[in-house]
Design a protein around this ligand. Structure first.
Ligand code: SAH
Length: 234
């Protein structure tokens, strides 16, 4: 799977791939990361990529020309590239999207900066647009990395243990039960005793109960959805 980051600031992105799971996936040639800088395509004599907003409004907007040319070059190189724009003005990215996008061969993430990207670029090139949540970041690089990370761990062999995928939060509409490591007693705080007794069916039912508690507390509407679905399945 190839990811291309279309960004004015590739250094902000590159650091993330220098360690841990995604680095290992790159070393094993499961993932390939490339960068494309719209500034390299600017026809402005000062290599400018932004200008004031037409029709007024605060701040600068990224111009169409450098992005059109950069994305044309990208598509010329791979006509099947799937182009994703990150913007707060979109539906929120979810775990289901991560699983769906993990089946693509090549995804390009286009990161905005300043007040965002000229809408005509999005209209012309977006296969999909995502927000990562209801807050405004200074740029799209973090949002692109969030999506790339979530997609990557659904690609075969990226995670050492593929079991970890099926029991995670959002796979079941319930949030995951709390996890514990060793020692059993740390500074007087103990792991729930049922976890220690080795009766797997009891552990499973305790974990389900704890999952429901977490979901009820943090996402009550999600618990309702889960229960409705369960009752239809019966
Ligand atoms: N003026 C815009 C915000 C621009 S923020 C507005 O009010 O909608 C600059 C860039 O950061 C955006 O172009 C986008 O690429 C990125 N960005 C900011 N917040 C984001 C979010 N919640 N999700 C995805 N991308 C975001």
């Amino acid at each position: 799977m190839k990811f291309t980051f279309v960004t004015l600031f590739s250094n902000l992105v590159a650091g993330y791939f220098q360690d841990s799971i995604l680095k290992r996936a790159i070393d094993k040639e499961i993932l390939k990361i490339e960068y494309l800088n719209p500034r390299d395509y600017s026809q402005n004599k000062h290599m400018k990529v932004d200008d004031t907003a037409v029709g007024g409004g605060a701040g600068m907007v990224m111009n169409p020309q450098p992005l059109y040319d950069a994305l044309d070059a990208l598509k010329k190189d791979d006509e099947d590239v799937y182009i994703v724009f990150v913007t707060p003005v979109a539906k929120q990215f979810k775990q289901n999207d991560a699983k769906r996008l993990a089946k693509k061969n090549h995804i390009a993430f286009v990161s905005g900066r300043y007040e965002g990207i000229d809408e005509r670029v999005i209209e012309e090139y977006a296969d999909e647009v995502f927000s990562i949540g209801d807050y405004i970041l200074t740029g799209g690089e973090l949002a692109s990395l969030v999506i790339c990370d979530a997609v990557s761990r659904n690609i075969e062999d990226v995670l050492g243990n593929s079991d970890s995928l099926s029991v995670e939060s959002f796979e079941t509409q319930l949030l995951e039960a709390p996890s514990f490591s060793k020692p059993k007693d740390y500074k007087g705080n103990c792991v729930p005793s049922e976890y220690l007794k080795g009766n797997h069916s009891k552990i499973r039912s305790l974990k389900l109960e704890l999952s429901e508690c977490k979901t009820k507390f943090f996402r009550p509407e999600q618990l309702l959805k889960h229960r409705t679905r369960k009752s239809y399945e019966k």
